[in-house]
Design a binder for this molecule. Structure first.
Ligand SMILES: Nc1ncnc2c1ncn2[C@@H]1O[C@H](COP(=O)(O)OP(=O)(O)OP(=O)(O)O)[C@@H](O)[C@H]1O
Length: 235
């Protein structure tokens, strides 16, 4: 079976920073992307999403070359920390955008949206506007959107960083439930070693623009070779 994600000798420069990614990551797994601030974690996600394009190398998802694919045509859904909702659209419509950006929704689409909202615990929130939601409720909406999109790859850039610890834990549990239900591949940037231990099957550590540790989680948490990883795991 093809790997979930493969970066073959991917190189990119942004300003003064050079990035080099070469990895094969498992399919249908939760993959944590860790590393110090400014190391290149968001850039790694942006390459997968198509917001950054490599100057060299290839990116494959489930065996398919997506290196030059437009972001909208990639097999990915995104959940970022704070760019997720359109303020002038209600919760139902915000989720509907995940199915069809022009919002031409069939009856089947409409029931899929209601079902997804129920799954993330927002069944009575369809007509609510984003400004009336709590932080935790607002954070659930993009998960419902990701559910209706049914893409094989879910990218999350520190999705819970703004939430308090109890809510972070609830959201991590919700993410795991949705992952088990859809069997998607999840790539999540995290600064939280407890979160990584709780949800990840596999982890990578990026330092100064390249991957310096890449292992199944059991091996990753036993890492002694790289000081940055040891320091990260200590919290
Ligand atoms: N378009 C750009 N032009 C110039 N420099 C950039 C650009 N995009 C990112 N960088 C720089 O590349 C480096 C890596 O950025 P990136 O956002 O990938 O880091 P990160 O590991 O996600 O950091 P953090 O944990 O702080 O979010 C940073 O120093 C950033 O300032």
């Amino acid at each position: 079976m093809a790997d979930g994600i493969e970066m073959q000798n991917v190189r990119l420069r942004l300003g003064q920073h050079s990035f080099h990614f070469d990895c094969k990551l498992p399919r249908a797994a939760v993959i944590a992307v860790t590393g110090p601030s400014g190391a290149g974690k968001s850039t790694f996600l942006n390459l997968l999403a198509g917001f950054d394009i490599p100057e060299q190398g290839r990116i494959l998802v489930a065996g398919e070359d997506i290196t030059r694919e437009h972001p909208s045509r990639r097999p990915v859904s995104l959940v970022f920390q704070d760019n997720n909702l359109f303020a002038h659209l209600d919760v139902f419509t915000n989720v509907g955008l995940g199915i069809n950006p022009s919002l031409k929704l069939s009856a089947t689409d409409r029931s899929a949206i209601s079902e997804a909202l129920t799954k993330v615990g927002l069944d009575n929130f369809e007509k609510r506007m984003p400004s009336t939601l709590s932080g935790g409720e607002r954070q659930r909406v993009p998960f419902a959107r990701a559910l209706v999109r049914k893409r094989p790859l879910l990218l999350l850039d520190e999705p819970f960083a703004a939430l308090d610890p109890a809510l972070r834990n609830d959201m991590a549990t919700l993410l795991l439930e949705l992952h088990r239900e859809t069997n998607n591949t999840v790539v999540i940037v995290s600064h939280d070693p407890d979160e990584v231990r709780k949800i990840a099957d596999h982890a990578i550590f990026i330092d100064v623009g390249s991957i310096v540790a890449d292992a199944p989680i059991e091996q990753f948490i036993e890492q002694k070779d790289h000081f940055g990883v040891v320091q990260f795991l200590r919290g």
